[in-house]
Design a protein around this ligand. Sequence first.
Ligand SMILES: CC(C)(COP(=O)(O)OP(=O)(O)OC[C@H]1O[C@@H](n2cnc3c(N)ncnc32)[C@H](O)[C@@H]1OP(=O)(O)O)[C@@H](O)C(=O)NCCC(=O)NCCS
Length: 224
Amino acid sequence: MKSTQNIFKVNIATEEHIAFADELCKLYEESAKQRGTGIAKRDPEYIKGKILQQKAIIAVTPDNQLAGFCYIETWEGKNYVANSGLIVKEEFRHHGLAKKIKKFVFDYTKKKIPNAKIFGITTSLAVMKLNSDLGYKPVTFSELTQDDAFWTGCRSCVNYDVLTRTQRKNCLCTGMLFDPKEEKKKSFEGILKIEKKIPAKLKTPKAQRIKIVKSAGRSKANKK
Ligand SMILES: CC(C)(COP(=O)(O)OP(=O)(O)OC[C@H]1O[C@@H](n2cnc3c(N)ncnc32)[C@H](O)[C@@H]1OP(=O)(O)O)[C@@H](O)C(=O)NCCC(=O)NCCS
């Protein structure tokens, strides 16, 4: 597949992008209809709010037309963050644009709220692939935010009855979670592995000094 992703500018959305709010809501609605499931319905005012709070990422074409979008939602204070509402306009799909937007919003979220668990729920194989590449793991809904406001957002999904019937334990979406603690644990384990490779007797400067002094003495003795 030839990648044309570099022609798009991906950035934090600003006031000038508020004009795209209506178009975005129509895109969400059409895409949900097409897929027979989908993104919870969004109101243009909600999208405008996300843009004004600097919680939205936008991709535009070289002539500043809307190409893709995604926004950040925080739950349970700032314990959980969802990178939600990922969408790429149909004519720009399959060129790696969603990948670029997802990576941008993921890095931006980690910088903005470093200790938050980042999660999403999705039926989309493309999104599952993108999330896995970023280090998300599939989890049961019990691992996600229990904030009622998040799950209320599913009300406009055609499968909402399944979610309520199972007391929010599962639905057709797969839950995926990135835990920053796990990432820190992994990088710490990586450091420990490197440490193990250094012979224990050479690990501390003190041990190194003793070795040098001892070998210096030995060479003097040899000279005599
Ligand atoms: C899902 C969506 C955002 C993908 O956008 P895109 O720009 O075409 O995605 P990319 O080109 O960046 O592809 C990302 C990965 O998903 C894969 N992919 C893309 N579309 C796919 C599809 N329909 N089925 C399976 N895999 C798909 C790509 O092959 C790529 O995987 P790879 O890195 O292993 O090659 C886009 O199809 C869309 O807007 N759909 C409607 C809205 C939607 O479903 N949003 C997600 C709601 S959770």
